[in-house]
Write a protein that binds this ligand. Sequence first.
Ligand code: ADP
Ligand code: MG
Length: 401
Amino acid sequence: MMKSNMNIEIIDNLKRNFREVYGRHYEGAYFAPGRVNLIGEHTDYNGGHVFPCALPAGTYGMIAPRGDQQLRFYSLNLPESGVVSVELGDLSPGRTEAWTAYPEGVFWAAQKEGFAIPFGADILFAGDLPGGSGLSSSASIEVLTGLMIQQTYSLEDLTMERIARIGQMGENTYCGMQCGIMDQFASAMGKEGHAIYLDTDTMEYEYVPLDLKERELIITNSKVKHSLVSSAYNDRRRECATALADIQKIPAFAEVKSLCSINEEAFEQYKEQILDPVCRARAEHVVKEEARTEKAVSALRKNDIETFGKLMNESHISLRDRYQVSCPEIDFLTELAWQIPGVLGSRITGGGFGGCTISIVETESAEAFMGRIRGEYEKRFHIRPEFYRAWPWEGAKKLDV
Ligand code: ADP
Ligand code: MG
């Protein structure tokens, strides 16, 4: 059977609602996926490598240009927010804390980068990702908006890679979330059947086949969201910057650009230079995670999924203990997964403090895996987890509908 992700129900809803909300026809329809990161967590803002793939689920959108300077946004996921209107000239960081900060930020960043947006537009969104769960619905709505801008205003220089950058810039500046480039890059550049080995320092990337054969990727949604996410994320960035500054005080390391450019041996030798133990632990995670990611990708290239899975588990332990971005619910899910036969690896994915885990599971054990996790998690936390059986999907695209 051909794998497809097209959510016909969402597309039909968008068509109908576009007419109802804006009283006219849409001109273009688009999709941008969410992503899951297999390994390389919190390395993307430390000059290191990440290894995400785009997902079959994401955000859909329709757009029609307007004759004036108004932008109008509406999301079928958040009907209670109604239609939000803003003049192109009034876009500015801090203008709003509503969900429209994400698409507004992309329009703002595109203009800031010199792309001409001479007229407004009516835009309608609807997504099939669980929002705020670490699968990057935010990047998917940003990249979707970037692609709509490229197409609607005929901006050929606005390449998919620049769309990723502009999405990140919008999220950093307009939404105050200091995320790295990984999420937007995966959403813009994903390739079916492949994960992306991305060097976030040079932006060089390679598509690595992710052919799991008789195994599959299962995402488990803990359904918890701890409120810490964005403030803790920004704290982690600061702690990494402090650690780097301490290391740079060593003359031989004065020129070192990022934590990920320090190798494990050098780090062991000089880590005491990082005075604050918390910052030292954060840096230790980053340096070792970078090494782990490289090892994991070479294992995958040799089809050694067992090693890949073990490195995923190690990544989780480091995120739990050194980087401290896990939480009891997520630790329960991963630690239980490690005990279930047929599980090759399991870890937290995304920013942390709730959200999802990603596991590689033998297909024949998948039902038993989900059954056991559901039963024990529900018993312990009284929450019903959700599962998504995922496969690597392609990046943002125009839809032929
Ligand atoms: P994640 O990226 O892990 O899903 P974030 O907190 O970074 O979580 O982003 C979620 C936010 O993105 C939502 O709270 C909302 O503001 C915005 N968003 C994403 N998708 C949509 C959508 N389809 N409609 C409206 N807002 C959306
Ligand atoms: Mg996000």
